[in-house]
Design a protein around this ligand. Structure first.
Ligand code: CO
Length: 197
């Protein structure tokens, strides 16, 4: 990766945007009003804008290893709080992806050093769904299913959050659970519903 090239690209992008709309950056500077909070994995192959065909300013983003929503993670909890309470987003998406390195490391019980406490959350997902996962013999299928179950668990963690529950009840905030299939580029809606809210 050439760092010099990045600055050249940046200049090109500015020129292109201004050619379409002379007030583009002026308007961008006025503030943000995104409709959606996206919580996804940090994986470099998972994009947000591109895979959803959205524009700059459309989506508020939080990414971490294996798209986790942990109540003891001040970072993700602050993002959720700000997005729901201040930005008043209408949708929150938890998006996992197949071939997730974080999920794989947890599944194979790799020693990941400093990452061990973080991946412990996924190991808990394995524990919670041990029976279903043990019944899957094909390793790839098991891995894919764990990616989906992890999204499901993070979805449940999300809707247990006070600020989210209130917004779901009071103003119809919608929560979505998706998986991005890196092998095909397809976005899959897991359509997980929770009956408690
Ligand atoms: Co990942």
């Amino acid at each position: 990766m050439e760092i010099k090239k990045i600055f050249k690209n940046n200049k090109k992008w500015i020129d292109e945007q201004l050619a379409i709309d002379a007030n583009y950056f002026k308007n961008l500077g006025k503030g943000q009003n995104p409709d959606m909070l996206y919580i996804g994995c940090s994986d470099s192959r998972v994009t947000t804008k591109e895979m959803m065909g959205l524009d700059t300013g459309d989506v508020f983003v939080h990414r971490n290893i294996a798209n986790m929503v942990s109540s003891n993670d001040l970072n993700v909890m602050s993002v959720i709080h700000y997005a729901v309470d201040t930005l008043k987003v209408k949708h929150i998406v938890v998006c996992g992806h197949y071939a997730c390195g974080g999920v794989k490391a947890a599944m194979e019980f790799e020693d990941t050093g400093a990452l061990n406490p973080w991946l412990k959350n996924i190991k808990n997902v394995i524990k919670n769904h041990q029976k279903e996962l043990n019944a899957i013999e094909n390793k790839k299928e098991k891995y894919n299913r764990l990616v989906e179950l992890n999204v499901q668990e993070q979805y449940l963690n999300l809707i247990k959050t006070d600020v989210v529950q209130k917004a779901v009840k009071n103003r119809g905030l919608k929560i979505h659970s998706w998986v991005f299939d890196i092998h095909t580029g397809k976005l899959i809606d897991l359509k997980i519903k929770d009956k408690t809210i």
